[in-house]
Write a protein that binds this ligand. Structure first.
Ligand code: UD1
Ligand code: CA
Length: 423
């Protein structure tokens, strides 16, 4: 049976010092919540997610509605703790007879692979509750995992409620749970708030479960980075770096040459084929497909929605957005290509601009440049516009209408030279 997920995202995120809800901050143009939802959906096992919202609920609701068909938000107000947050989903799940996984909306580094292994371990153990744990050298601020002498899980104690001895424990609660819903749902009406924070703790379901003789298990994470929670702009930068390193490693393992991984940014949703070389200071964000044997950079900016073929050259100070570029085409220097379709064997001269946006009408239009066409340096192509096969745009030309096959488009004041002027 398909699994449901509950994602906790009602908290305020005060330390972000931002007007934006915490879970809507972005890495490579995708929100933190988006990463979590994609990881959940990426398991292929979860058919519906409930996002618990509170702080700036409308904005998060709008985001979820317009981006995820299989997710909906549930309002938690006031926010009385993580256990209280999950209880908000109880009415929706009243009759649901399957497993529910619970995650936080601010841990973008969690992967589908880990979630799949986590769910599998829950099932193999015939567990009623599985909690994900991690071992930290510095476990401060996390809930600690209390185990019985036989190694079984007994309870979770929050830092603020822990004794000095409990604080020594380095195994922490990662904040990700898998529950057999029918067995555990009752816990949410029985949680108490008699703790240091006066909150209803989700973590108390562990002690609740062991008392009820349920099968409570722990799954220990392999890569601790995966549960890095984002609470500040510093952690946002750390997570971005980790995500980028993961993405660069994946690409290098696939046979892509990255000259300077320290100074190259490529989004996890960019696929590149073998033997393409990425030169330093290149920034590639969003979703893109890039072919074989391309040379990209130094200093190229690819902004997403791009499909680039084989043997393509994208050079320095070139920005490309939402465009398709076919094989053997060059955009080598100082150009902007946006909302465009470039054929193969096209040569874009230095400083060519596709003027795709009219700031008065706010309309974006398309530029089509067909096979074997050339644009001269410093030309402006005012979209909508087509340069037909083999068409030629002269240097310095502003093109405002279609260029016919193999024709020359030239708009240039005649050159005058004034003799002896300098003298
Ligand atoms: C929680 C766990 C802790 C664990 C840590 C892992 C509890 C009591 N503690 O602590 O054991 O080690 O996560 O990161 O669960 N939220 C709501 N509604 C609320 C309160 C919180 O939606 O009423 C959301 C927050 O937005 C956040 C998540 O729940 O996304 C976790 O809440 P937070 O207050 O950050 O819990 P921690 O103190 O980090
Ligand atoms: Ca937290």
């Amino acid at each position: 049976m398909a699994i449901k997920s509950i994602i906790l995202a009602a908290g305020k995120g005060t330390r972000m010092k931002s007007d934006k809800p915490k879970v809507l901050h972005e890495i490579f143009d995708k929100t933190l919540l988006g990463y979590v939802l994609d990881a959940v959906n990426g398991t292929g096992k979860v058919d519906e997610s409930f996002v618990i919202v509170g702080h700036q609920a409308e904005v998060v609701d709008e985001y979820v509605k317009s981006n995820y068909e299989n997710a909906k938000t549930i309002l938690q107000t006031p926010q009385l703790g993580t256990g209280h947050a999950v209880s908000m989903a109880c009415p929706e799940l009243e009759d649901f007879d399957g497993e529910v996984i619970i995650l936080c909306g601010d841990t973008p580094l969690i992967t589908s692979n880990t979630l799949e292994a986590f769910i599998k371990s829950h099932k193999n153990n015939f567990a009623h509750i599985t909690v994900m744990t991690a071992n930290f050298d510095n476990p401060k601020n996390y809930g600690r995992i209390i185990r019985n002498i036989d190694g079984s899980v007994k309870a979770i104690v929050e830092e603020k409620d822990a004794t000095e001895k409990e604080k020594q424990i380095q195994e922490v609660n990662a904040g990700i749970y898998c529950l057999n819903w029918q067995k555990v749902k009752k816990a949410f009406s029985e949680l108490k708030s008699n703790n240091a924070q006066g909150e209803y703790y989700l973590t108390d379901i562990i002690a609740w479960g062991t008392k009820k003789n349920l099968n409570v298990q722990a799954y220990t994470l392999k890569d601790n980075n995966e549960i890095l929670g984002i609470n500040s702009k510093i952690q946002l930068a750390e997570a971005s770096k980790i995500l980028n390193n993961r993405s660069l490693k994946r690409l290098m393992n696939d046979g892509i040459t990255i000259i300077d991984p320290e100074n190259t940014w490529i989004s996890p949703e960019t696929n590149i084929d073998t033997d393409t070389i990425i030169y330093p200071n290149t920034f590639i964000t969003g979703k893109n497909e890039i072919g074989k044997n391309c040379k990209i950079g130094p200093f190229s900016h690819i902004r997403g929605g791009c499909k680039i073929g084989n043997n393509v050259r994208i050079g320095n100070f070139v920005e490309i957005k939402k465009s398709e570029i076919k094989d053997n085409t060059n955009v080598s220097h100082l150009s902007y290509i946006g909302d465009s379709e470039l054929g193969s064997h096209v040569n874009i001269g230095a400083g060519t601009i596709t003027a795709n946006y009219n700031p008065i009408t706010k309309v974006k239009s398309k530029t089509v440049i067909k096979d074997n066409a050339n644009t001269g340096s410093n030309s402006v192509l005012v979209a909508p516009l087509t340069v037909e096969e083999g068409g030629f745009v002269a240097a310095g030309t502003t093109v405002t209408k279609d260029v016919e096959e193999k024709s020359l488009a030239i708009s240039r004041a005649e050159l005058r030279t004034i003799k002896n002027y300098v003298k």
